[in-house]
Design a protein around this ligand. Structure first.
Ligand code: EPZ
Length: 432
């Protein structure tokens, strides 16, 4: 298995182009199941999760063409992103198998579109994962409210609505990104009006809604916590550009801060990162909005500790919690980092401690006492964001850090070694 070797101590300077968002792209790809016409997505990142979703859709019968059929990139979108044409002319199967959904939980996002389009779906229950139990009960309850019958059998969700779905008011007891996406996709072809109340407000949700509207859906309330969907008989093809990845942008903002460098994050959207930029500014990071994106550097000397709690958007995202902890591990003073979304998202703590970080976890909170320096070590982590937090720590640590299980990084960070080394990092991939 590949490893990444980082030798720390070099300030990063230069430009980093922010790729298309993984977490926006995955539901957008699933939306292709809702029409027999072609959905063209541009600004797609080249990531393993995207390939896994493409594999899942292909076995449902979706015809997929990448970059106009030229893998070499002849037909990219001209800005470094990939172009995917997805055509679900005739569905070959409405079964999403365990092997694929287990690999990538976002596979469960085919459930809503399949029931809406085909009147039935069998989708493997994703099971737990490294960051928590992550149930899908809200997805299932919502589908039932739209008139589907749901049975759980042999590890599979069997959902049926042979006469179609019917609009309803669905009030989410807790905010869920995936359930909001799945039910919005189910509701666009339902009869009548659906109201999703206490819906997630993440930018990826508004991006999905914008694409569905381009495909002929009628949705109002974009960006708010109440989405109203007026069902239509059919959707048609469309072309849609995926939004830039706010989590990648936040990660590289922290890379600039942790190395005392200066990065221009090209294409980053500040309105997607307000809570993060506020926390960074409080810690002593100078951030300016430019016409190309964001410029990030330290204001003056060492950073200071700040308290952070993860929350649904517009709060501080859980997907940047591990990276923030790496940053705070090198700040002056203490910070309290509280994880309120997932119950087990501190796997990076023991690894950061192996690099000299001083962190105490009490339940959902971690008390980080900043250290003047970290030291390189062999480390590994069990999820994507935890892994990248170790790369950030490695960029500033003295000596060599060897990060194992790089496949986690490849799920969510496009060309990470290339992007960082182009800005001066001493980082390389060691392949077996
Ligand atoms: C999305 O996951 C993201 N994944 C995650 O990114 C992200 O961490 C998460 O949202 C929160 O922002 C994708 O977009 C593909 P949720 P999702 O449903 O949709 C509980 C990354 O690193 N819950 O908003 O699965 C759940 O257990 C990943 O890129 C229920 O209880 O997250 C969690 O505690 C990791 N029942 C909370 O809600 C349900 O039916 C929020 O989960 C659904 C969720």
């Amino acid at each position: 298995m590949d490893q990444i070797r980082v030798r720390g101590g070099r300030p990063l300077t230069g430009d980093i182009r922010i790729s298309g968002s993984k977490n926006a792209a995955l539901p957008l790809m699933a939306a292709s199941l809702l029409t027999d016409q072609t959905l063209t997505l541009t600004n797609l990142p080249h990531l393993n999760d995207i390939t896994t979703m493409a594999g899942l859709l292909a076995q449902h019968g979706v015809d997929i063409v990448l970059n106009g059929g030229s893998e070499a990139g002849g037909h990219t979108d001209g800005q470094g992103g990939r172009v995917l044409e997805l055509t679900a002319g005739k569905l070959a199967s409405s079964r999403a198998p365990y092997d694929l959904v287990r690999k990538m939980r976002a596979g469960v996002l085919v459930l809503g579109p399949l029931v809406a389009r085909a009147g039935e779906a069998e989708v493997s229950l994703p099971g737990g994962c490294a960051i928590g139990t992550r149930p899908v009960d809200l997805h299932l309850k919502g589908l039932e409210q739209l008139g589907a019958t749901i049975e759980l059998q042999d590890g599979y969700i069997h959902a049926r609505a042979p006469h179609g779905l019917t609009g309803a008011e669905i009030v989410f007891p807790t905010v869920s990104v995936g359930a909001t996406e799945n039910l919005m996709m189910a509701a666009v072809l339902a009869k009548g009006e659906t109201r999703l109340v206490n819906a997630a407000r993440e930018p990826e949700i508004a991006d999905l809604a914008a694409c569905l509207i381009r495909m002929g859906a009628a949705i109002t309330g974009l960006g708010s916590d109440t989405l109203v969907i007026y069902g239509v008989d059919r959707l048609h093809g469309a072309r849609h550009a995926v939004i830039p990845d706010r989590i990648e942008a936040g990660t590289y903002a922290m890379a600039a801060a942790i190395t005392d460098g200066h990065l221009n994050l090209v294409g980053a959207k500040p309105e997607h990162l307000r809570a993060v930029l506020e926390a960074l500014a409080q810690a002593g990071v100078e951030i300016s909005e430019t016409n190309r994106g964001l410029s990030v550097k330290r204001a003056n000397g060492r950073l200071s500790g700040v308290d952070v709690m993860t929350e649904p958007f517009p709060g501080f995202p859980t997907d940047l919690q591990a990276q923030m902890m790496a940053l705070m591990a090198t700040a002056e003073g203490a910070s309290m980092i509280t994880e309120s979304i997932f119950e087990n998202r501190f796997m990076h703590v023991p690894e950061l401690m192996r690099m000299g970080a001083n962190i105490n976890v009490h339940g959902a909170s971690a008390l980080v006492r900043g250290q003047a320096g970290l030291t390189g070590a062999p480390v590994m982590a069990t999820d994507l964001r935890a892994s990248v937090s170790l790369v950030l720590a490695g960029l500033v640590a003295e000596g060599e850090t060897l990060v194992s299980r790089v496949y986690h990084l490849d799920r969510g960070y496009e060309l990470i070694e290339e992007k960082l080394s182009a800005c001066g990092a001493d980082i390389e991939r060691i392949s077996d």
